[in-house]
Design a protein around this ligand. Structure first.
Ligand code: HEC
Ligand code: HEC
Length: 326
C-alpha cells in the first residue's frame, strides 16, 4: 500500500515538475561573434557538414530512387521534409529540416546560427525540435562550429518552397521547451587520438540515432545504444522498412568485421556507386546516408570503428529489409 502511495506521489511530483518546466521557455542570448572566413576553416566546415555531421543531407530533398537516398543535386542545404516519414513519431507533425543556405540564414548573425546548431533555439529564441540533433552538438569544439558557420555562409543561396513547422498538439509545443540548453562547447580544437576527439566524432556522426532502439519521441533508449533493430520507413519506390544493424562487437553485429572491412564498406559507397544503384519498386533501400559518409576520411572512419569495438557485445539479430505489404 505504502509503496503504491509513494509511487503515485512521485509520479504526481514528476508531472508537476514537467508541467512547470514546459511552461517556461528557455532563453539565453546569442553570442556576439564574427567567424573567420579563411579558406582552411571553410574547408573544415565543408568536410564536417557534408561528410560527418551530414547537415547537408538532412537539410536537403532526398532522392529515394537511389541507394541510401542521396540529396537531389542542387538541393543540399535547401532543406526538405524529413522527419515524420523516417521515424514512427506521433501523427500530426510537420517538421521540415529548414533551408540553411544564405537564402534563409542571410539575416541571422553568426551567434544566432551558433546558438541554433549547438543549443536548439531559432533566430527568435524559440525552441527547435530535437530532430535537429543539438544535444549531440552541444559539446563540439568551438572551432568546428565556427568552421561550419563559415562554410554555410560560403555556399550558394538556394530558395525553397517548404511549409512551416506544424505541431498539432499544444502539449508538444510546451514539451519542446524542455530540451534546449546553453551549449557547453569545447574551447579551441581537439586532436585525433584523444578520447575527447573520439567522443565528439561519435556524437557528430550521429550513428547512434538510427542504430539504437528508440522511444516514441525518437530518442535512443539508454542501455540499448548501437544494438540496431530500429525499423525505419523508406519512402517509395522501395517503400518498405529498413532495419538498422547491430553495431556492437557481437557475432550478430560487427563481430568479424576488420577495420579494413569497415572502412572499405564506407569508401566503396561513393556518390558514383550510389547513382549507379537505382531502386526498383519494393526493392531494398537504406536510409543510411552512405553517399555522404563515403567522404569521411579513413582516419575518422578508423576512429569510429575503434569506438564501436570497445562497446559491450550484445546478441541481437534483426531483419534487414521488410518489403511493402501487398
Ligand atoms: C537528422 C536531421 C538533421 C541533421 C543531421 C541536422 N539538422 Fe539542422 N535541423 C533539422 C530539423 C528537422 C530542423 C528544424 C527543427 C524545428 O523546426 O523545430 C533543423 C533546424 C536547424 C537550424 C535552424 C533553422 C531555422 O530556420 O530555424 C539550423 C541553423 C540547422 N538546423 C543547422 C544544422 C547544421 C549546421 C547541421 C550539421 C552540424 C544540422 N543542422 C544537422 C534536422 C537536422
Ligand atoms: C538514417 C539512419 C542511419 C544512420 C544515420 C546511420 N545508419 Fe548505418 N544503417 C542504417 C540502416 C537502415 C542499415 C541497414 C541497411 C543498410 O545496410 O544500409 C545500416 C547499416 C549499417 C552497417 C552495415 C552495412 C552492411 O553492409 O552490413 C554499418 C556498418 C553501419 N550501418 C554503420 C553506421 C555508422 C558507423 C554510422 C555513423 C557514421 C551509421 N551507420 C549511421 C541506418 C543508419
Amino acid at each position: 500500500m505504502r509503496a503504491a502511495a509513494l509511487r503515485i506521489t512521485w509520479t504526481l511530483l514528476l508531472l508537476l515538475v514537467l508541467v512547470a518546466a514546459s511552461s517556461c521557455a528557455p532563453s539565453w542570448r546569442a553570442r556576439s561573434i564574427q567567424v573567420s572566413r579563411d579558406p582552411a576553416s571553410i574547408e573544415r566546415g565543408r568536410y564536417l557538414a557534408n561528410h560527418v555531421a551530414i547537415c547537408m543531407t538532412c537539410h536537403a530533398e532526398r532522392d529515394y530512387s537511389y541507394f541510401g537516398g542521396p540529396p537531389k543535386p542542387g538541393s543540399e542545404g535547401r532543406g526538405g521534409l524529413t522527419i515524420p516519414e523516417l521515424f514512427k513519431t506521433p501523427k500530426g507533425l510537420i517538421i521540415p529540416a529548414p533551408n540553411i543556405t544564405p537564402a534563409a540564414l542571410g539575416d541571422w548573425t553568426d551567434g544566432e546560427i551558433f546558438r541554433a546548431i549547438t543549443g536548439g533555439l531559432d533566430k527568435d529564441g524559440g525552441p527547435l525540435f530535437p530532430a535537429h540533433p543539438y544535444s549531440m552538438y552541444r559539446l563540439m569544439p568551438e572551432e568546428d562550429v565556427e568552421a561550419i558557420i563559415a562554410y554555410l555562409r560560403s555556399i550558394p543561396a538556394r530558395p525553397d518552397t517548404l511549409p512551416e513547422r506544424y505541431l498539432k498538439y499544444r502539449s508538444l509545443n510546451g514539451m519542446l521547451n524542455l530540451f534546449p540548453s546553453p551549449p557547453a562547447v569545447t574551447k579551441g580544437h581537439l586532436e585525433p587520438g584523444s578520447k575527447k576527439y573520439e567522443q565528439n566524432l561519435m556524437r557528430l556522426a550521429g550513428c547512434m540515432w538510427c542504430h539504437s532502439p528508440q522511444t516514441r519521441l525518437a530518442f535512443p533508449i539508454p542501455g540499448q545504444e548501437f544494438t540496431g533493430g530500429t525499423p525505419i520507413l523508406v519512402p517509395p519506390p522501395g517503400a518498405g522498412t529498413a532495419w538498422s544493424t547491430n553495431l556492437t562487437p557481437d557475432p550478430t553485429g560487427l563481430g568479424d568485421w576488420t577495420r579494413e572491412d569497415f572502412i572499405g564498406r564506407f569508401k566503396r559507397t561513393t556518390s558514383e556507386v550510389v547513382h549507379q544503384t537505382p531502386i526498383t519498386p519494393g526493392g531494398f533501400n537504406s536510409l543510411m546516408p552512405w553517399e555522404a559518409y563515403s567522404g569521411m576520411t579513413e582516419e575518422d572512419l578508423g576512429i569510429l570503428y575503434d569506438a564501436l569495438r570497445k562497446r559491450k557485445p550484445v546478441q541481437k539479430m534483426s531483419p534487414r529489409w521488410t518489403p511493402p505489404a501487398e
